[in-house]
Design a protein around this ligand. Structure first.
Ligand SMILES: NC(=O)c1ccc[n+]([C@@H]2O[C@H](COP(=O)([O-])OP(=O)(O)OC[C@H]3O[C@@H](n4cnc5c(N)ncnc54)[C@H](OP(=O)(O)O)[C@@H]3O)[C@@H](O)[C@H]2O)c1
Length: 329
């Protein structure tokens, strides 16, 4: 038997979550069975945990959790053997496939990444949020960003993607400016590596003029909407913004003028369907480029029973840093 946070939804009613004891016959088909040690909470998990499943969950009963890390129990695939430490992010696990909010998971071998440094708790402190931050940095650097080009803006900075982005950028030698809507997060964000804090309200209005003064050498944007539109007009000539999220909205009320007169770029970042080599490259870069003390300062510990409340909180932008869920806690 193993414990899982099971989401159940009666016809026409809202989904609710309950801790249940399941046996292995409940696990979905897959090549590798994993004893999950830790999972985490991303914005998308908040959607999956919501009463409607956020449009992502298609069938109930469902086990959410888009990320997990743990130890292989058995494997039909020669790449994995019992005892191996592994991490999983994305591949629509936790959305259309059963995910990590359980003590056991069964998935395709292709979806796993071996954990070189077998710290499953740290891997979940990184999770999809941290992997996405690293993918965004790689995309910006592939498009010419270097520390000498100037300040890099991070929006939604006190959230999961934002926190890891600030720490990774600062460690790599970038000058980071962090946008937050929570003034009380200044004392959290400065030690992560953001000497300059910008109130969300300064960037919240829709574009006034299509071009403002050239300020940012790059940007990692977790917010989208009017803020992303505004940032386009503030990028330096030829600079890029990595569009990662939609915490502030999906519409983009922008002008094409910054593209035409300043040659700026929007780089789309998707962490879910990244092929294995790109995942390996990103996890290796995170292992090298993330200060573990800072990562520790981002962690809010939780258990499976905390998740329904935390899921609602992350959708309201109220979670700080990274939640790490001890599924055995
Ligand atoms: N593309 C991908 O593969 C990928 C992967 C992971 C996440 N994402 C997306 O990235 C975004 C962030 O994810 P996350 O897990 O880091 O979530 P999160 O922890 O909730 O962080 C989002 C942050 O955005 C800010 N924010 C919230 N509501 C806002 C609003 N209305 N206007 C402006 N800022 C607002 C808040 O930061 P402050 O309080 O500091 O302002 C909040 O902490 C989500 O949209 C998520 O879907 C995409």
């Amino acid at each position: 038997m193993f414990r899982a946070l099971v989401l159940e939804k009666p016809e026409g009613g809202p989904a609710t979550a309950a801790l249940r004891d399941l046996d292995d016959s409940a696990l979905p088909a897959g090549e590798v069975t994993v004893a999950v040690e830790y999972s985490t909470l991303n914005y998308k998990d908040g959607l999956c945990l919501s009463p409607t499943g956020g449009g992502l969950v298609r069938a109930w009963p469902h086990v959410a959790g888009i990320d997990f890390a743990g130890t292989v129990l058995d494997s039909l695939d020669p790449r994995y053997a019992p005892g191996d430490k592994v991490v999983l992010t994305g591949w629509r696990v936790g959305e259309v496939h059963w995910g990590g909010y359980a003590q056991k998971a069964r998935v395709k071998a292709d979806w796993l990444v071996p954990l070189r440094d077998p710290a499953t708790r740290q891997a979940m402190a990184v999770g999809t949020a941290g992997l996405t931050s690293q993918l965004a940095i790689q995309a910006l650097e592939d498009h010419g960003l270097t520390p000498s080009k100037g300040e890099v803006l991070v929006t939604g900075a006190a959230g999961g993607v934002g926190s890891v982005a600030v720490a990774l950028l600062a460690h790599a030698g970038y000058q980071v400016a962090a946008v937050t809507g929570r003034p009380e997060m200044e004392a959290y964000l400065r030690p992560l590596g953001a000497p300059r804090i910008i109130p969300r309200a300064d960037l919240a209005e829709t574009v006034k003029r299509p071009l403002e003064s050239e300020t940012w050498a790059g940007c990692i944007d977790a917010v989208g909407g009017a803020m992303l539109a505004r940032i386009l007009g503030q990028l330096k000539y030829g600079a890029s913004v990595a569009s990662v999220g939609l915490a502030g909205g999906t519409a983009l009320p922008a002008s094409v003028i910054p593209f035409l007169l300043r040659g700026v770029n929007i780089l789309g970042i998707d962490s879910v369907m990244q092929p294995f080599p790109a995942r390996q490259r990103a996890w290796a870069a995170i292992a090298k480029g993330l200060d573990l003390g800072l990562l520790d300062s981002m962690i809010q510990p939780a258990t499976l029973s905390d998740l329904p409340a935390l899921g609602a909180a992350i959708l309201k932008g109220e979670v700080k840093g990274r939640v790490v869920v001890d599924v055995n806690g």
